[in-house]
Design a protein around this ligand. Structure first.
Ligand code: GAR
Length: 201
């Protein structure tokens, strides 16, 4: 029986689209139970609606604390009986409330080769630092920012001519291929956690 994903977004939702497309093609054996955005009018919401996936908007501004917001997210995820949470451009830091409710069952995609360039504007940081290689990382979420066990990474050459936007566009192409693969590995139980490492069995 295919498992249920909850996808959390804040904006464009191109990674959400990549997940929807992989499901549609039969490359990812899952269904999306709910797409939740913390930003009303996020473009990704329209993508979900077009695919007949239920959506919800929960604005963090309506809650008095990070924990209260995460309790509300948790309630909505539970309502849809979500097995695995996928952060897809979700620009909020999760509190332990959510992380502990889904131990090793929250994935994030980040546009750098972690542990380099955590936080916001990872591609800008990579260009500014002058690295020759960057890329993207899918990792399990723990209680530290952009930190948990790494499931898959994909590398991208950084050219001298690159600016933040050109690099972000090339990394994004890799993100779209990488995220559905990582999700399938987790759903298949092939990601074995050993300390801070995730081994693919
Ligand atoms: C993606 O590049 C994703 O890796 C990044 O935001 C973008 C969302 O694009 N996420 C982070 O920076 C998280 N720290 P999308 O909305 O088109 O999927």
């Amino acid at each position: 029986m295919s498992r249920t994903l909850g996808v959390l977004i804040s904006g464009r939702g191109s990674n959400l689209q990549a997940i929807l497309d992989a499901i549609e093609r039969g490359d990812l054996d899952a269904r999306i139970g709910v797409v939740i955005s913390n930003v009303s009018g996020a473009a990704g919401l329209a993508r979900a609606e077009k695919a007949s996936v239920p959506t919800a908007v929960l604005s963090h501004q309506d809650y008095g604390s990070r924990e209260a917001f995460d309790e509300a997210l948790l309630e909505r995820l539970d309502e849809s009986e979500v097995d695995l949470v996928c952060l897809a451009g979700f620009m909020r830091i999760l509190s332990p409330v959510l992380v502990r409710a889904f131990p090793n069952r929250i994935l994030n995609i980040h546009p750098s080769l972690l542990p380099a360039f955590t936080g916001l504007h990872a591609q800008r940081q990579a260009v500014a630092h002058g690295v020759k290689l960057s890329g993207c990382t899918v990792h399990l979420v723990d209680e530290e920012l952009d930190h948990g066990p790494i499931v898959l990474q994909s590398a991208v050459h950084v050219d001298d001519q690159d600016d933040e936007d050109t690099l972000a566009a090339r990394i994004l192409e890799q993100e779209h291929a990488l995220y559905p693969k990582a999700i399938q590995l987790v759903l298949d139980g092939r990601v074995v956690i050993e300390g801070r490492r995730a081994r693919i069995s």
